[in-house]
Design a protein around this ligand. Structure first.
Ligand code: FUL
Length: 721
């Protein structure tokens, strides 16, 4: 052979032919041209991180609030048992690969010994003012092999200069201090909340800023890129990672990593009072920027620790649902964990994280397609070694099966060595070459024919298809039904999620009757009303039971004594039977059933009372009050407000006063305050009273709304326990 080539080279013509042959072969094997917007090296590393936790701890932990006003005394902070390794270790056991530390929240208190403000951790009794929480987290991350990110809130309700250029300088000095002294950082996290009222050095006023210009983000980002080039910058609209548009932890079923923002703020379009949340939730096919979504969600209802939320951490299977809906859609999951006043994660939180981590391992360790034979309808340049489908199972996110330039809808038949039982399918693209594939179907060969078992749009960095039922087959077919260019698929996986007992659903009607049910049959449902976890010895559920005064219901399904489901927890207020609305603002535009006064007290979260005016040029007059007659005197310990649950933000209250009255004529103020973060996280709000109040009537006075020219209420309620 060598002799032949040497001989051939003697002949110039022959050499020319050989050259042509070699170059054309090389050309047909050249990698596909990148398609559309592409990720940077930092974004690629962020995609690989997939799951991280964000840690909130500060004055709010001690004042029981979600947003501090800025006037809190740093002396409040004294986490006597603070153990960064316990917290970071719990995240690691949950399968999370990094943590983002909230170094300063909106209250302005810095939990590192900063030189930029007096309002910092050195003024707390913790470690006699010598402590540095950010450093301790950094050491724990290094020890445990976890990545570290930082959140330093741009909105600062403590700083006297907030709103002026001087504060922006201080903010940049804080970033500089943090990003120089701690790291390396994988994330630079910037929340979008801003403006509004605050302490501001004692002035206690409202300060409005233009969030698009005030902070001068371009300058700050340039500084961040220089100090921490490995940090992906997260903000409502990127630049590296976008907010998904909700704080519920899920991306759209279709979710593009590319994005062309249309709304002025990601995920929001305040102009018409609606939360146009689908924009950031889904991204944009062929969008101008590579700006994948982060799905943030608190582990418990709030971002900060509140003892009233003990036992309300998400269960392992709830976390798994969120995993499929975020990581499984090419986005990342950012779970908010919150150390308690002692500086530790609650043991139940730790246990749930660990079980979730174990569950992920159990599901995703064995790829049942590992030993499969793949037959592709096309392989780029027929180069099986480089672009063949065996690249799909080599655990390398960037090696890939590619097709010739002209082939955008190829098929792949997967023959398993023996029939397998699975219920999860994983697909990934080599995103270094962009997000190319737009749609696909998956079929299983059953009973002599192909049956479709899954289909979808968007794959990107990771796509998990969780099937409703187990599939048992030895043969599958993947069809790419649409792609912007020839494909570059990097992964094909089949996994089996274990069967588990479904946890009960709890519901209570307006008369206070509690029903427990499950979506599929179980042996027995058992429940407790004293806050303890149901055991095989707890009361068995047979028929709906009355709970007129409300309380904490915990329910669990059992198959056998040693086989139990997760626990479902629900807290219920005083039953609203016999209540009626005494007085309420006029409803401008009754729209069918939507605007009945009674919707506020029907115990149905889906119905709504609204005074929003259709003509958005009209401004609303506030306060707007709604007064309720409970029919008889009650000893009120707390009020509750459930904002609208339909993903819209118009009319949601964020400043309020609750009044009580014995006769419905003279009113006493019982509580006044702010519903912090309600726009992004519209959960039921609990307003505990410092002293229980006995009254037959109460009034909910809405002083301010997050958006719109009227108020909206899904429910108001009272807790007597
Ligand atoms: C939001 C903040 O307003 C919340 O308090 C919380 O920190 C969340 C992670 O980001 O923008």
């Amino acid at each position: 052979m060598i002799q032949q080539i040497v001989f051939c080279f003697r002949n110039r013509l022959c050499a020319g032919i050989l050259f042509l042959l070699i170059t054309s072969a090389a050309f047909s094997q050249a990698p596909p041209k990148p398609y559309g917007a592409l990720p940077t090296a930092t974004q690629l590393a962020w995609h690989e991180t997939e799951m991280y936790c964000i840690i909130h701890f500060g004055v709010d932990t001690y004042t029981d609030k979600e947003w501090g006003y800025g006037d809190e005394d740093p002396a409040l902070i004294n986490p006597v048992d603070f153990d960064a390794s316990q917290i970071v270790g719990a995240a690691k056991a949950g399968g999370f690969k990094g943590v983002v530390i909230v170094a300063k929240h909106h209250d302005g208190l810095c939990i590192w010994p900063t030189k930029t403000t007096e309002h910092n951790i050195t003024k707390s009794p913790w470690k006699n003012g010598k402590g540095d929480m950010v450093r301790e987290y950094q050491l724990a991350c290094n020890k445990l092999g976890m990545r570290m990110g930082l959140y330093c809130s741009p909105w600062d309700r403590n700083n006297a200069q907030y709103g002026t250029p001087a504060y922006v300088k201080t903010y940049r000095a804080q970033i500089k201090e943090l990003y120089t002294n701690y790291g390396p950082l994988f994330m630079s996290w910037h929340d979008g909340a801003n403006g509004g009222d605050g302490y501001y050095g004692g002035t206690r006023e409202t300060r409005k800023i233009d969030r698009t210009t005030y902070y001068g983000w371009d300058t700050t980002w340039a500084m961040i890129r220089q100090l921490q080039p490995g940090a992906a910058i997260f903000g409502d609209v990127g630049p590296d990672v976008r907010w998904v548009g909700n704080e519920e932890g899920h991306a759209g079923l279709t979710c593009w990593a590319t994005y062309t923002p249309q709304a002025p703020d990601a995920g929001k379009k305040p102009a018409n009072g609606y939360n146009k949340y689908w924009e950031a939730t889904e991204g944009t096919r062929n969008g101008a920027y590579w700006m994948p979504a982060e799905c943030d969600v608190p582990f418990r209802p709030g971002w900060f620790y509140h003892s009233s939320q003990d036992g309300q951490e998400k269960s392992p299977y709830q976390l798994l649902d969120l995993y499929y809906q975020s990581v499984g859609r090419g986005a990342a999951l950012d779970l908010g964990i919150s150390p308690n006043r002692k500086g530790l994660l609650d043991p139940q939180d730790v246990a749930s994280l660990k079980s979730f981590g174990d569950l992920l391992q159990q599901i995703f360790t064995t790829n049942l397609a590992k030993a499969a034979t793949f037959t592709a309808s096309n392989i780029r340049g027929k180069n099986t070694l480089k672009y063949g489908p065996s690249r799909l199972i080599d655990n390398d996110r960037y090696s890939y099966w590619a097709t010739d330039d002209s082939v955008t809808t190829p098929q792949l038949v997967i023959d398993l060595d023996k029939p397998a039982t699975f219920n999860v399918i994983r697909l990934r693209e080599n995103i270094k070459l962009g997000q190319r594939i737009s749609s696909f179907t998956i079929e299983a060969y059953d009973d002599g024919q192909w049956q479709q078992i899954g289909a979808g749009t968007s794959i990107g960095a990771n796509r998990l298809i969780r099937l409703q039922q187990n599939i048992v087959t030895a043969r599958l077919r993947l069809s790419i039904t649409g792609s912007g260019a020839c494909i570059a698929l990097s992964d094909f996986g089949l996994f089996k999620e274990p069967a588990h007992l479904v946890a009960p659903l709890i519901s209570r009607d307006r008369n206070g009757l509690v029903s427990l049910s499950t979506s599929s049959p179980v042996g027995k449902i058992r429940y407790t009303l004293d806050g303890t976890i149901p055991t095989p010895a707890s009361t068995a559920y047979n028929t709906p039971f009355p709970l007129p005064d409300g309380g904490l219901i915990k329910a669990r399904s059992f198959e056998a004594d040693n086989q139990a489901s997760e626990v479902t927890t629900q807290s219920a207020g005083l039953s609203k039977s016999g209540w009626h609305v005494l007085a309420a603002p006029p409803i401008p535009l009754p729209i069918g059933d939507r605007n009945k006064y009674d919707n506020t007290i029907d115990d149905d979260p889906a119905t709504l009372f609204s005074t929003l005016q259709k003509d958005t040029s009209l401004t609303g007059q506030f306060p707007q009050d709604i007064a309720i007659d409970m029919g008889k005197p009650q000893t009120i310990k707390a009020f509750t407000y459930l904002p609208r649950q339909d993903k819209r933000i118009g009319g949601i209250a964020d400043r309020y006063i609750f009044y009580t009255s014995e006769d419905g004529l003279t009113w006493q103020k019982a509580a006044e305050g702010e519903f912090a973060n309600i726009r992004s996280n519209p959960l039921e709000q609990l307003v505990p009273l410092t002293q229980p109040a006995t009254a037959r009537y109460f009034k909910f006075s809405i002083l301010h709304v997050v958006s719109g020219n009227g108020i909206t209420i899904a429910e108001v309620g009272v807790n007597v326990k």
